[in-house]
Design a protein around this ligand. Structure first.
Ligand SMILES: Nc1ncnc2c1ncn2[C@@H]1O[C@H](COP(=O)(O)OP(=O)(O)OP(=O)(O)O)[C@@H](O)[C@H]1O
Ligand SMILES: Cc1ncc(COP(=O)(O)O)c(N)n1
Length: 285
């Protein structure tokens, strides 16, 4: 059967743990045909981003046109955009109706600490997004106040939806969502559904290999939307997928920094995923 098409509009990560490369791996793992529009080239590995070379807004528009006129996507995700000119080129494509089921991952800073984008550039896309997936730092930068606790994540999701995004998931996976500094029991995300907030809890995976979790999460949402899921189902699926991929690469030794995820389930058998939370509840929405 012909697979559905998804599109990622993002930066290249030469280490291939995040960015375009991660997105295409997720699309392939989830049996969706992935297409790509490059917004920037990064010289990057698991330890650091050494250099960034932006792609011009004109070239981004050319790539978008080439893809959508021949391989129209059923869902689209954006990651690293670089500057405002590229963000505006993508926003124009969205206004032209070329980017259905748009998932915006507001990439601002890499796990290794390098600045990859600007909040005002991301903000241009929020009115056209079906789903936005900021982590707490990104939500803080977009809103101008510090987002730390699950209650604050829920409020941030609601406030960001006021910018025109239908569904907002504020992710808290990158640190202890309760702000205590210790290893959390659950990775908590807050999903604004249009009528209220649901907290999504998944078992915390203790691992250093977290490079590309946010990219993989948003790509998995886009892939599931392309396959016909409603947003809450797509988000739940993506959270389970990332959890499995984190567990799979827990013991991998790739690079000296934050290593990548097991996108293809290669570790499958030896890392069983327990889909019940610590208190026995089934997690998800
Ligand atoms: N160690 C972990 N254990 C379980 N789930 C995690 C862990 N880290 C992240 N997640 C989950 O992964 C998804 C992506 O969230 P995260 O907050 O890491 O994105 P991000 O900070 O944008 O990622 P990155 O910037 O590393 O690409 C969320 O559902 C989050 O709960
Ligand atoms: C090209 C590109 N896009 C996105 C990220 C963010 O991913 P992470 O926060 O895991 O470093 C990245 N490092 N590089």
């Amino acid at each position: 059967m012909t697979p559905p098409v998804a599109l990622t509009v993002a930066g290249s990560d030469s280490g291939a743990g995040a960015g375009i490369q991660a997105d295409l791996k997720v699309f392939a793992a989830l049996r969706v045909y992935g297409t790509s529009v490059l917004t920037a080239i990064t010289a990057q590995n698991t330890r650091a981003v050494r250099a960034v070379s932006p792609v011009s807004a004109e070239m981004v528009t050319e790539q978008l046109t080439a893809v959508v006129e021949d391989l129209p996507p059923l869902a689209v995700k954006t990651g690293m955009l670089g500057g405002s000119a590229v963000a505006e080129a993508v926003a124009q494509a969205a206004r032209d109706g070329l980017l259905p089921n748009l998932v915006v991952d507001p990439v601002l800073v890499s796990t290794s600490g390098h600045r990859l984008g600007a909040a005002d550039a991301v903000a241009r896309l929020l009115p056209y997004a079906l789903v936005a997936t900021p982590n707490r730092a990104e939500a803080s930068a977009l809103l101008g106040w510090p987002v730390r606790t699950p209650d604050e994540m829920a409020e941030a999701a609601r406030q960001l939806a006021d910018r025109g995004t239908r569904y907002v998931v504020v992710t808290g996976g990158d640190a202890d969502a309760a702000g205590t500094g210790s290893e959390p029991e659950n990775a908590v995300d807050a999903l604004w559904t249009g009528t209220g907030v649901r907290l999504l809890r998944g078992p915390w995976v203790p691992t250093r290999n977290t490079h590309g979790t946010g990219c993989s999460f948003s790509a998995a949402i886009a892939a599931r939307l392309a396959l016909g899921d409603e947003v809450p189902e797509a988000v739940t699926f993506a959270k389970e997928y990332v959890n499995r991929a984190l567990r799979g690469s827990r013991r991998w030794e790739l690079g000296g920094g934050h290593g990548p995820l097991d996108h293809h389930g290669w570790s499958g058998g030896d890392e069983t995923v327990d889909l019940t939370g610590p208190s026995g509840e089934r997690w998800g929405v």
